[in-house]
Design a protein around this ligand. Sequence first.
Ligand code: BES
Ligand code: MN
Ligand code: ZN
Length: 483
Amino acid sequence: MPTMLNTFTTQIDVSSEPLASVQADWLAVGVWADEPYTGPAADLVARLRESGDLTAKHLELVPVLNPVGVAAKRLLFVGLGNRADAKRATLHEAASAAARHISGKKVGTVAFAVPDPAFTLAVGVGLVQGIQGPGIRKTTPTRFAPDRIVLLNANAADLPRVRAEARALWLARELVNAPPCDLYPESFAVAASDAGRATGFSVEVWDESRIAAERMGSLLAVAKGSTRPARLAILRYTGNPGGPVLGLVGKGVTFDSGGLSLKPTDGMVDMKCDMAGAAAVLAGTQAVAELKLPVNVLGVLALVENMPSGTAVMLGDVLTARNGKTIEVLNTDAEGRLILADALCFAAEQTDRLVDFATLTGACLIALGTETSGLMTNDDGWGDAILAAVGRAGERAWKLPMDASYDGLIKSKVADMRNTGGGRWGGAIAGGKFLQQFVGTAKWVHLDIAGPAFAEGETAALDAGGTGCMVRAIVEMAKGFGA
Ligand code: BES
Ligand code: MN
Ligand code: ZN
């Protein structure tokens, strides 16, 4: 792991000890709004409920210091909302909110009483979501990961998956939160190689001359405005030799200034996040490999910096992608589709099942808001399978139309296509239509994660910064693949 990334060192365990006798700095206990409470300190909970100080609505937190009748130093009652509405996302958020509350100072052990063993994964991964924040890099940190997390009343069989998803979520968020002075194409590729070596998947890194030899003219055009050279990282995990391959492609623009179509400061300020797709592919592949799932994964990370300079790609330039198609560049800020074009061509040569992950358009944020990714596909069956996997993971995506009536969005007078829609409308779909030109006959899904990848501000359940979006979803995609 490159030294600029904080490593995940929290030990996660399960224990069947009685809740009241668990030695811990904090014992967090969930309370359902629509069910009687039967856990430790039941008298106290009854009084708190009577006085209205505990309603158990979702994400409500009631800390109790020096509680009587339990061995833990502190108790935290965590509102879970109605059991009738409970699902992975609501339990993930509740655990994350609890963990945020107690990770403001350094503690040794945090124990969480899982309200139902079926929610072990949601709670375990949610806790890790809450113990990590962008402030972890301050000279005086604002968030501290505990030494140990203990899951009580848990399903012990889920522990390996909790650990793998927690470590992957951590990695993805560290990568997104890392500043662009530290994380650029070469250092990202090193992080990928390190992850592969540590976990057991292969990582091949192509430098700019190999990328040129591989006819990836569209990707290289974006990179040439920067002093930092492009990289293409190719991840391979083989858990089902000879079987079908799940192809995952990630947009890895380590900083998006817009290029000569320079962004204003307001639009540029968070653009270190523009590699969140590549981070999800790397972290998701790591989790799949750690779990030794019986699938094959090909991950392709397209890594560039988009900068303005005397050598930058210009408006009016015409590029030739790996599949021979020509592209008229009308806006250098529509760079994600240019790098993904070549990465998708390459992936489509090796497998006919593709998913790409990209912080591709502000238009997708306009359409769907900050919590939901846009899903576009050339195959409804594959699209629905991916949509279902995202949902099972407790994440959100929504399908956008891709019919032929949108083809005009990418029509060019001088080349096979142009890289922007020309007008203001249908910007997310224009991106999808463009990418579709590079997947050949493969079944393909494009996930525009521009909204969910990065949180501008904090909420009860989530710190600002990288969110780790689609890491959990990739594990579900892999588990469902070929099933
Ligand atoms: N990386 C941006 C999209 C983005 C915006 C991601 C906000 C996350 C938050 C992308 O490269 C971009 O600049 N897209 C342009 C496309 C346009 C020029 C067709 C956009 O959205 O304005
Ligand atoms: Mn851009
Ligand atoms: Zn971008």
